[in-house]
Design a protein around this ligand. Structure first.
Ligand code: GDP
Length: 347
């Protein structure tokens, strides 16, 4: 009985999906600009699609969204599983919506294509925020590579901004290079940490400290308060060892508790201060411009690689050259030049 009911609802949802795909670009864009969440979600599904037929349509939507003025703030949030990211986002997001802001929560989770549930994909997360009409929560797109997942999330940011979302939170669990990918699409980067027993700096991934604009020691409540204070001073000391940031910002360290809703308002004040200063000194838009440039150049690089690697003639010539390199008959560098000179003439 239950099975046939399930089957029926599966069929209904497939039909709905098919219908959704037929929605015209104008309807999607119009819906997005009016802040219609269902159409926003469908536009994101379209841009996440791997079907080449959807590519043009998705691009038209993105192009129209790109030209919309917005005043958004993009915030990256990272931390190990269990640090309290979703609890934090729930409380932080609710505080922002209570201030009248529209909040979108996106995610970059490169594990989403490997495990069905994925690290960030648990549906029960952010239950209160997900019911808030001023909030839009979207799980990580799935994809075979981090680059692919990140690209979709980055394009989703544009669509959410056109839909009037003031604050875009991009969450990542920090697998592989995902923090770097998120850092390269946001204005402000928040690292959530836990206080330990004086070994705060151990186990912290290289490069993360440099990326952080703020480190928030979470779960600073109950018996943890003293340890959290110690962690704040230890991280503050450690941050002083890093060279100053190009934009002049000195990263901050704060303690907060999502459970008791403490320190969250202060954290938002720091972010607002950061944005205000960076808008005033020009770094805010300079950084976005730089990010755009990097994404473009990176995509061109990847496409060039892909272009060559899919050519059988290239593969064959590379294999041949590889054997000569292995046999020490030719220098690896000269071999690469010969290979590319030859193949570009041939193609
Ligand atoms: P995530 O995996 O980083 O998203 O972490 P979650 O938000 O799922 O939180 C992991 C666990 O920590 C859950 O059991 C939460 O209830 C708990 N937790 C989250 N924030 C706090 C906090 O501020 N204080 C305390 N004491 N527990 C918290």
């Amino acid at each position: 009985m239950k099975n046939s009911k399930d089957q029926k609802s599966n069929t209904v949802s497939r039909i709905k999906q098919l219908r959704k795909r037929e929605i015209a670009v104008e309807t999607l864009v119009d819906g997005i600009l009016k802040g219609n969440q269902a159409l926003l979600a469908q536009a994101i599904t379209l841009l996440e699609s791997t079907n080449p037929k959807h590519y043009e349509k998705a691009n038209t939507v993105i192009e129209q969204c790109l030209s919309q003025p917005n005043n958004s703030i993009r915030i990256g949030i990272t931390g190990v599983p269990g640090v309290g990211k979703s609890s934090f986002i729930e409380v932080f997001g609710k505080m922002l919506t209570s201030l009248g802001k529209k909040v979108a929560v996106l995610a970059v989770d490169p594990t989403s294509s490997l495990s069905k549930g994925s690290i960030l994909g648990d549906k029960t997360r952010m239950e209160t925020l997900s019911k808030d009409p001023k909030a839009f929560i979207r799980p990580s797109p799935s994809g075979s590579s981090l680059g692919g997942v990140a690209q979709k999330t980055r394009e989703s940011i544009i669509i959410c901004e056109a839909a009037g979302y003031d604050v875009i939170l991009v969450e990542t669990v920090g697998v592989g290079q995902s923090e770097i990918a998120v850092h390269s699409m946001v204005d402000f980067f928040l690292l959530l940490k836990l206080s330990g027993a004086g070994d705060e700096l151990q186990g912290i991934k290289r490069g993360i400290m440099e990326m952080a604009d703020i480190i928030a020691i979470n779960k600073a409540d109950g018996g943890n308060i003293e340890q959290a204070k110690l962690a704040v001073s230890e991280f503050s000391r450690a941050l002083q060892l890093y060279p100053p940031k190009e934009n002049g910002w000195v990263p901050k360290v704060v303690a907060c508790s999502a459970a008791e809703n403490t320190g969250i308002g202060e954290l938002w004040e720091i972010i607002e201060d950061f944005i205000k200063k960076n808008r005033a000194n020009g770094h805010f838009f300079e950084n976005r411009k730089k990010q755009n440039r990097n994404w473009f150049l990176q995509t061109v690089d990847e496409s060039i690689k892909h272009f060559f690697h899919q050519k059988p003639a290239f593969k064959k010539a590379q294999e041949k050259m590889l054997k000569e390199v292995e046999a020490n008959k030719i220098s690896p560098f000269y071999a690469a030049k010969v290979l590319l000179d030859g193949i570009t003439k041939e193609l």
